[in-house]
Design a protein around this ligand. Structure first.
Ligand SMILES: [Zn+2]
Length: 176
């Protein structure tokens, strides 16, 4: 099984990032490690939390594919937020936060992931975005969601907690 990350529902297939379940887990983990260290604004933090919610240990293997247009972008700040995401990808390539991992990520997966993600981001336009993605996502949250609680981070991994807890701790408990 696999997960596909695209730009929009009808973006060309050669753009897509298609990953095995294990590679998806890894790629979201390294995005979370870098993004949680670089996010400054609420909007940047929300984008990283949204990605870390795509947690296969909770939602099931092969169910977490998504399109960039579904992410909770702030439409008036789309260009700034895309620039933020490009910095997150630079951080991934610089192995930001990897000292918190108890394994060494497969560098081929990481390189394929950052290259394709960068290309899709550079083509993402306001007209591609799902209207109200941000407000609908937030309306569906419980009051106790970490997004409403100051974006706490896991003390061990330094990544934002989601409604499902810590993306990386969830994986460690799976292996024991
Ligand atoms: Zn953790």
């Amino acid at each position: 099984m696999a997960n596909t990350i695209g730009r929009t529902k009808d973006s060309p297939q050669e753009e897509w990032l298609s990953f095995s379940n294990g590679a998806t887990d890894l790629f979201l983990a390294v995005l979370g490690l870098s993004g949680s260290r670089l996010a400054q604004t609420q909007g940047e933090k929300r984008l990283i939390v949204w990605l870390l919610e795509r947690d296969q240990s909770v939602l099931g293997a092969g169910t977490v594919g998504f399109d960039l247009c579904e992410m909770p972008w702030e439409i008036p700040h789309l260009q700034e937020q895309i620039s933020f995401f490009m910095r997150v990808l630079d951080g991934v390539e610089a192995h930001l936060g990897w000292e918190c991992l108890d394994f060494t990520p497969n560098l081929d997966f990481v390189r394929v992931g950052t290259e394709k993600f960068r290309k899709m981001l550079s083509r993402l336009k306001t007209k591609d975005l799902t209207p109200d993605a941000l407000s609908l996502w937030m309306e569906a949250m419980e009051e106790s969601d970490p997004v409403f609680r100051g974006f706490p981070k896991c003390p061990k991994h330094g990544i934002f907690l989601t409604v499902w807890g810590c993306y990386l701790c969830n994986r460690e408990s799976e292996n024991h």
